[in-house]
Design a protein around this ligand. Structure first.
Ligand code: THU
Length: 139
């Protein structure tokens, strides 16, 4: 994990799109705004925000919204992931469920860049966040 300045960030544009996506966050229950942006291997960028629900188990994280938007538009390979929040530092994003979802469409060395409330950038690989990930052979 490297803590650095946004200007040194490998994916500054992607991080900025994730930050902008926090503005669409629908979080009337937690007031916890999260945004995400994923870069697909064909050069497209898909963004997402967290979307909450009065039935709490229906809440979906920003990262999964971005990934599912990408996959539903025909993308199957994600080259980089950014997550942003105004919350404190360090922010332990993505959550475990989102890490597992990312393993399906990323490789272990896919960069996952986290931008937090201190405006610090954490530069991970997916493998650092979810080593020994669950997978089964595709049928
Ligand atoms: N949340 C995300 O969007 N991404 C994460 O990785 C963790 C949590 C959202 C879900 C919920 O709307 C709020 O943050 C508080 O848990």
């Amino acid at each position: 994990m490297i803590k650095t300045d946004i200007s040194d960030c490998r994916f500054a544009d992607l991080v900025e799109k994730a930050r902008q996506a926090t503005e669409n966050s629908y979080c009337p229950y937690s007031s916890y705004k999260v945004g995400s942006a994923v870069l697909t291997d064909d050069g497209r960028v898909f963004t997402g925000c967290n979307i909450e629900n009065g039935s709490y188990s229906a809440v979906v994280c920003a990262e999964r919204v971005a990934v599912f938007k990408a996959v539903s538009e025909g993308a199957k390979h994600i080259a980089a992931v950014a997550v942003a929040s105004d919350e404190g530092s360090p922010v332990p994003f993505p959550c475990g469920v989102c890490r597992q979802v990312l393993t399906e469409f990323c490789t272990p060395d896919t960069p996952v860049i986290v931008f937090d409330g201190d405006h610090s950038v954490y530069d991970f690989t997916l493998d650092e966040l979810i080593p020994f990930a669950f997978e089964i052979e595709k049928g």
